[in-house]
Design a binder for this molecule. Structure first.
Ligand SMILES: [Zn+2]
Length: 504
């Protein structure tokens, strides 16, 4: 503010001084006398000022000429590039100015200006590796795919810019959905720069979607080798890939090699649940129950999971419920407070018809973590304890609207998957599925909408009606599109429900 004021005052003062000076000069009679040799010039005041300006301009031209003369002398003395260098400096200056303008335009989102400036810079500089980069980016930003493709192809010619060209073309092919060509380009780009994390990821994801697990493992190995991925993450991902490779071999019917691959995958990452289950089943096929139990126990220690318990049960398919309870102690003693452990114990007790113990095993889960599974178990326990039907139905009604508990959820896009897989079915990310509670908004309960109708009417769940209605509304919002064929079914069922009830 002060500075602006100062500038305005300075401007006014200067204008004033110039006016006063000019008037003074015009009014003075004298002037400047210049002697050049024998000649003598008498200049008036105004003429003197003009002469001064001419002098300055002449000096400037002389200096420029002197530079050229020096360059010429150097050239005559054998420095062949001296003259071209003299002119090059000028060209270079103009070229870099244009380049800077182009970059500035790119940064401020003026694609067309950027392209024009880049072309101008190219005329002066002849540095296609610099100017083409700006042109390519500007063309991408402007949505001019054809121009971008053309420039990327030009970038391929120079070794220094080849990677940028290949990567640009790869991204274009990916966007077009041409995965075959994209994969070939990704392989090329990865070979040029194995330490480039993004290219490695793209290649890996493409190989995974095309079930090329062997190739993907190779890519992963190179990524770890070049430090683009931490060793422990690399090991875990290698296990995921090894597991998929094993599954593929199983499908091809080569069970001996598949067994080896499954066991290898499990060794790479013992906490990978599907890997552990597959390895345990491989051991079981070899009738090696001890190893199967060991593999599963080890994984359960890291994370209790129903699939592990299921595979653990398969070790002795014909035992009595009591024998099973005893054998499962190897698992159940590990995490006494883990919900999965409590539910497993309850299930084992229910199978052995020890309903009191089953209720005891569930502990406070029905109030602290009332998931669908917990509440269904409660209903089974109540039935075993010969509770009135209304109570059993009340538990089931709660189960219908309860959260489903942990699922295979993608960490990146939060999509819930029924089964584990190495690649997210929704966003295509690699190794992002983890066993965790889905967020409320991601939950869908397609079964719930119809089942609730059968349950309404039990006397003590009347307050739950609102909850059921709410859940239904949410569920409908979650479904894409307005009209849904399931709507009809929902509308019909209440009538049917009343009918069934009147029969009771
Ligand atoms: Zn995802």
């Amino acid at each position: 503010m002060l500075w602006s004021l100062f500038k305005i005052i300075l401007f006014v003062v200067l204008i004033g001084a110039a006016t006063v000076g000019a008037t003074y000069l015009l009014e003075t009679d004298g002037g400047i006398r210049v002697d050049i040799g024998a000649q003598e010039y008498n200049l008036g005041a105004l003429q003197a000022v003009i002469a001064l300006i001419v002098l300055v301009v002449t000096l400037w031209i002389l200096l420029k000429l002197a530079g050229l003369i020096v360059a010429t002398i150097r050239f005559l003395n054998g420095d062949e590039t001296a003259i071209s260098r003299h002119f090059d400096r000028n060209r270079e200056r103009k070229g870099y100015e244009a380049l800077a303008d182009g970059m500035m335009a790119l940064a401020s989102g003026e694609e067309r200006t950027a392209i024009t400036k880049a072309a101008r810079a190219e005329r002066y500089l002849r540095r296609p590796e610099l100017t083409n980069l700006i042109t390519a980016q500007a063309a991408e930003m402007a949505g001019d795919r054809k121009k971008a493709t053309e420039v990327y192809k030009r970038l391929l010619a120079d070794e220094r810019t080849r990677f940028v060209g290949v990567r640009g073309l790869m991204k274009q092919k990916l966007e077009e959905g041409d995965t075959d060509t994209a994969m070939k380009l990704a392989e090329k780009a990865f070979a040029l720069k194995p330490q480039h994390a993004e290219t490695g990821d793209v290649l890996l994801a493409l190989q995974a979607t095309q079930n090329d697990w062997h190739g993907a493992r190779e890519t992963l190995g190179k990524k770890v080798k070049h430090g683009a991925l931490p060793k422990d993450v690399g090991k875990r991902r290698d296990a995921v890939l090894a597991l998929q490779e094993a599954k593929g071999i199983f499908q091809d019917g080569n069970s001996i090699r598949a067994r080896e691959a499954a066991i290898e995958a499990n060794k790479l990452s013992p906490d990978l649940i599907p890997g552990s289950v597959l390895a345990a089943r491989s051991y079981l096929e070899q009738d090696n129950k001890r190893y199967a139990a060991r593999v599963l126990t080890k994984t359960w220690k890291v994370q209790p999971h129903p699939d592990i318990a299921e595979a653990f049960a398969e070790i002795e398919p014909n035992e009595t419920p009591e024998q099973r309870l005893k054998r499962f102690k190897a698992l159940t003693k590990e995490h006494p407070d883990h919900p999965e452990n409590k539910m497993l114990l309850a299930e084992l007790h229910i199978a052995a018809e020890q309903f009191d113990k089953a209720r005891e095993a569930l502990g406070d889960l029905p109030t602290t973590k009332p998931t669908q599974r917990v509440l269904t178990l409660m209903a089974a326990i109540e039935r075993g304890l010969e509770a009135p039907d209304s109570e059993i139905r009340a538990w089931l009604a709660k189960a219908v609207v309860a959260p489903r508990g942990p699922q295979w959820v993608c960490d990146k896009c939060h999509t819930v998957h029924a089964d584990w897989g190495p690649v997210c079915e929704n966003c295509g990310a690699f190794d992002t599925l983890s066993w965790s509670e889905p967020r409320e908004t991601d939950m869908k309960m397609p079964g719930g909408t119809r089942m609730d109708a059968l349950l309404v009417g039990a006397p003590d769940i009347a307050p739950d009606r609102e909850m059921v209605a709410e859940a239904r509304a949410e569920d409908h919002e979650a479904l894409v599109g307005g009209s849904d064929p399931a709507d009809e079914a929902v509308d019909v069922t209440p009538a049917e429900a009343t009918e069934t009830e009147s029969k009771n």
